[in-house]
Design a protein around this ligand. Structure first.
Ligand SMILES: Cc1ncc(COP(=O)(O)O)c(C=O)c1O
Length: 388
């Protein structure tokens, strides 16, 4: 009774693996994809007050106007780009809904979508469930997991309907400077490809100031669906609130779908989102903590013999485990059972990445220190086995 495209979509590699972790005591989980911080108090307080004051209704389909205005104002201030809060901003249920709406709005059956790999686990499934076809654009460790323009140019010959750009990237932490984005745009502008940008981690950028793709020029703005939200930067994953900014043609189509499928985002979360726009200080504090942890973890991993490049954003690192002689899945399973440290095998982010694992630094420094001790012990043991 189930549609083929749903039946044929494999379950998330992360879920499968974390079903194993559930119920195991004393596990240090470097697997989770969310901040370890609790949402800043002033945001939670706003949500509590909203409930006390009786805010329990639907909102307009597009979302509360004050929130749309606030988002538009913040984007203008941060990046000097204008979006009309009435026609060009839509409040979504997290970036997740924004991604689904964008794909639903632009894809006809059989349309190709370029997915930069390694990729966030949801992209291939969302493309498939929206009747699209994935064109993987593989990036390599040697190129810091950034798009190679020649490879992009070759894929563009297949006339993809859309490309999903996620930066800073889950799982690699790679991001792009403005000049690098310009190079990508030089190739993309020759085609009609819609650029869907997943900028969920924009707040957690370390070494490179985040640049939304849409700021490059007016044609880029016209072609880009900019998706972001509060889940990662403001530690608000459970609130389920995000937004899409784009020209009216995209936002109009996405709002049409959203108004029938979702109606609107939760009102309490939207009100909390208004407060989240005032938490630049808290965002900076959390980002500072991720930066310190990433520096610790990457240094430790390289010392232990698991080479990892320095992520430029997010709270992930993506070391190679090939020196152990184990596949990523073997490494992750044995590390979990023998040392009680959970990491995610790279294959969850693309079949080609079976020599990598993703580790999340969204943990206290003490937990990361203990995890590093356990990983070092494990790698030492595995390497001794290999020499016997
Ligand atoms: C790249 C990326 N996009 C989107 C999401 C989902 O974000 P949200 O919680 O806003 O739906 C995640 C969550 O892990 C992610 O890593």
């Amino acid at each position: 009774m189930i549609a083929d495209r749903v039946k044929n979509t494999p379950p998330s590699g992360i879920r499968e693996f974390f079903d194993l972790v559930l119920g195991m005591p004393e596990v240090i989980s470097l697997g989770v994809g969310e901040p370890d911080f609790i949402t800043p108090w002033r945001i939670r307080e706003k949500a509590i007050t909203a409930l006390e004051e009786g805010y329990t209704s639907y909102t307009s389909n597009k979302g509360l106007r004050v929130l749309r205005e606030g988002i538009s104002r913040r984007i203008k201030k941060r990046y000097d780009i204008s979006y009309d809060p009435d026609e060009e901003v839509l409040i979504t249920v997290g970036v997740s809904e924004g991604l689904d709406l964008a794909l639903r709005a632009v894809l006809n059956p059989g349309d190709a979508v370029v997915v930069v790999s390694p990729h966030y686990v949801a992209y291939p499934a969302l493309v498939a469930m929206n009747h699209g076809k994935v064109l993987p654009l593989i990036t390599t460790e040697q190129e810091q997991f950034k798009i190679n323009p020649d490879r992009l140019e070759r894929l563009l010959k297949k006339n993809p309907k859309a490309i999903i750009l996620n930066y800073p990237s889950n799982p690699t932490g790679a991001t792009y400077r403005r000049d690098e984005l310009r190079t990508l745009w030089k190739y993309l502008r020759r085609k009609d490809t819609v650029v869907i940008t997943d900028e969920a981690y924009e707040d957690i950028s370390f070494d490179v100031a985040h640049t939304p793709f849409a700021v490059l020029d007016s044609r880029a703005r016209d072609r880009t669906i900019h998706l972001s939200g509060f889940s990662k930067g403001c530690a608000m994953t459970g609130f389920r609130v995000g937004y899409a900014c784009a020209s009216q043609k995209f936002i109009g189509a996405m709002t049409k779908i959203h108004s029938f499928s979702m109606l609107c985002g939760p009102i309490v979360s939207q009100l909390a989102g208004i407060e989240a726009l005032r938490t630049e200080k808290e965002i900076a504090q959390m980002t500072k903590a991720y930066r310190r942890r990433r520096e610790f973890m990457v240094k430790e991993l390289n010392r232990i013999g698991l080479p990892a490049h320095m992520p430029q954003g997010t709270f992930y690192c993506f070391p190679s485990v090939s020196a152990t002689g184990l596949t990523a899945m073997e490494f992750a399973k044995r590390l979990l059972f023998e040392e009680k440290v959970a990491v995610v095998p790279g294959t969850a982010f693309g079949q080609e990445f079976g020599e990598y694992v993703r580790m999340s630094c969204a943990n206290t420094l003490d937990s990361l220190k203990e995890a590093a001790i356990r990983i070092e012990r494990f790698v030492g043991r595995v390497c001794c086995e290999g020499k016997r």
